[in-house]
Design a protein around this ligand. Structure first.
Ligand SMILES: Nc1ncnc2c1ncn2[C@@H]1O[C@H](COP(=O)(O)OP(=O)(O)O)[C@@H](O)[C@H]1O
Ligand SMILES: [Mg+2]
Length: 232
């Protein structure tokens, strides 16, 4: 029996206030990385600190300070969309009145206000994804983790998410986002890490990564540096 090593010797520092893009082929270890940093996955070795707290020993503190948009929407399906936001906010100690105010603003902004009283299963995939984004923001975390947040979003929804992320970044929030959509990584990130097989292959600004290619595109960089035969 062989064990899969999802991450190996991955050594990264994301700066405060930075928009950090994490890219890499399927199975590279992006979701595992996000999982460890967001206390969902317990590392078998190594250490990680998020907002000054140890992800294993101070996981409650870490959770208070982060918002997470998971790769697959995981709302509470017994609740409606609105309740998903309010309960999440209550869990983090936000008053009911303030939670309602924020939920309204977020749902308007993400264009799901008309879905507020619908059970989650009545929302489309893209609408559920937007609900996850609203949920990740409602306790106003200092650091936001998003794992392929724009998969399944139509171009309008994607644009409004980009605007929201740019605003949060301008306000000084730290954002860590994985994506397979290279224009998105290019457009939003201050720095980008390319990982594959759990290892860091490159880490630099989009500009510097693109300079390494003949045509100056991030897509070309990605393929050149992580290209492999389809044996995995
Ligand atoms: N729950 C799990 N149990 C065992 N192996 C897993 C699990 N989740 C992910 N892996 C493995 O870890 C590696 C990294 O996966 P993942 O972090 O999901 O990659 P990515 O998000 O970059 O596509 C893959 O080889 C995957 O098969
Ligand atoms: Mg993933």
């Amino acid at each position: 029996m062989s064990e899969t090593v999802a991450l190996e010797g991955l050594d990264l520092v994301v700066n405060e206030g930075e928009f950090f893009g994490l890219i890499g082929p399927n199975g590279a270890g992006k979701t595992t990385t996000i999982g460890m940093l967001t206390t969902r996955v317990i590392p078998t070795g190594g250490v990680a600190h998020v907002a000054g707290a140890d992800v294993v020993r101070q996981s409650v503190t870490v959770r208070q300070r982060i918002g997470v948009v998971p790769q697959r929407p995981n709302p509470d399906r017994s609740l409606d969309a609105w309740e998903n936001l309010i309960y999440h906010a209550a869990y983090f100690g936000v008053s009911r009145k303030e939670a309602a105010r924020r939920a309204m603003v977020l749902m308007e902004r993400l264009e799901i206000a008309d879905k507020a009283r619908m059970k989650v299963d009545q929302l489309s995939g893209g609408q559920q994804q937007r609900l996850m984004i609203a949920r990740a923001l409602i306790h106003e975390p200092t650091i936001l983790f998003l794992d392929e947040p724009t998969v399944g979003l139509d171009p309008n929804a994607r644009n409004s998410l980009w605007e929201i992320l740019r605003d949060l970044h301008r306000q000084g929030r730290t954002i860590v986002m994985t994506t397979h959509y290279m224009p998105e990584a290019d457009e939003l990130s201050d720095r980008i890490a390319l990982i594959d097989r759990g290892r860091l292959l490159a880490l630099d600004t989009p500009e510097n990564l693109k300079k390494q290619t003949s045509d100056g595109s991030l897509e070309t960089f990605f393929i050149a540096r992580s290209g492999r035969r389809s044996d995995t």
